[in-house]
Design a protein around this ligand. Structure first.
Ligand code: CA
Length: 237
């Protein structure tokens, strides 16, 4: 389930957004100011943040700027909400690092469409689209992984954590992910889970992929983390 953090001080608006998002299947957390939002993000990195511009204390714009300077939150999908429709404000919002910008009032339908568009671009692992790498296909909707070899379809038996890990790696192939990044994006927790937990699940994932000859897709990058190769090398295959 995709997680959305709604940062909005007007409780009626926050509640309305939360109801609509929950109805659409999102897991929603609400924060009423920048400090509360920061605490939430420090705890668990959400898949996406809806950030109101006008907040008491630190503004949404300042918070967005700060998040963009920090490694952990630099890529955090972020949609700015505002009552200000000025072109200059919109440009300021996008300059501060927002991925999109919505002017109040907006319809729930438009909000959901924008969220999906930003997730598709920045966090495809949060969506239900099937992914395929090197003949290996993962379908979040059915929670199945299989590989087609000739006429046969070989099913991969895989645990829920390994499934999420594989989904994240398959939607971000060729990139090296540190253990801390994987904890953030797959487990949603970079503080209270030990980094060697990642190694344990990578080992299980390789074991799950071995029967379909895909274990070698998961590469260890010494001193850096893990990477999913776009294709199997001929040696490994
Ligand atoms: Ca506000």
């Amino acid at each position: 389930m995709s997680t959305v953090l709604v940062v909005e001080d007007e409780s009626a608006i926050a509640e309305l957004i939360a109801i609509n998002l929950r109805h659409a299947g999102y897991d929603v957390t609400v924060a009423a100011d920048a400090e509360a939002a920061q605490r939430e993000v420090d705890r668990v990195l959400p898949d996406l943040v809806l950030l109101d511009w006008m907040l008491p204390g630190q503004s949404g714009l300042q918070l967005a700027r700060r998040w963009r300077t920090e490694a952990r939150t630099r890529e955090l999908p972020l949609i700015m909400l505002t009552a200000r429709a000025d072109e200059a404000d919109k440009i300021n919002g996008l300059d501060a690092g927002a991925d999109d910008y919505l002017t109040k009032p907006f319809s729930p339908k438009e909000l959901l469409a924008r969220i999906r568009a930003v997730l598709r671009r920045k966090a495809p692992e949060a969506l239900d689209a099937a992914v395929e790498v090197a003949g290996l296909r993962l379908d979040p909707a059915t929670r199945r992984v299989h590989r087609r070899v000739g006429d046969a379809t070989l099913e991969v038996k895989i645990g829920p954590t390994e499934f999420r890990l594989l989904h994240f790696l398959m939607t971000h192939p060729e990139r090296v992910h540190s253990r801390a990044q994987l904890l953030d994006r797959v487990w949603g927790d970079h503080v209270f889970i030990e980094e060697r937990t990642v190694d344990v699940h990578v080992k299980r994932l390789r074991e799950a992929l071995a029967p379909v000859q895909c274990a070698a897709l998961i590469e260890t990058v010494r001193g850096a983390g893990y990477r999913l190769a776009q294709q199997l090398s001929t040696l490994a295959a």
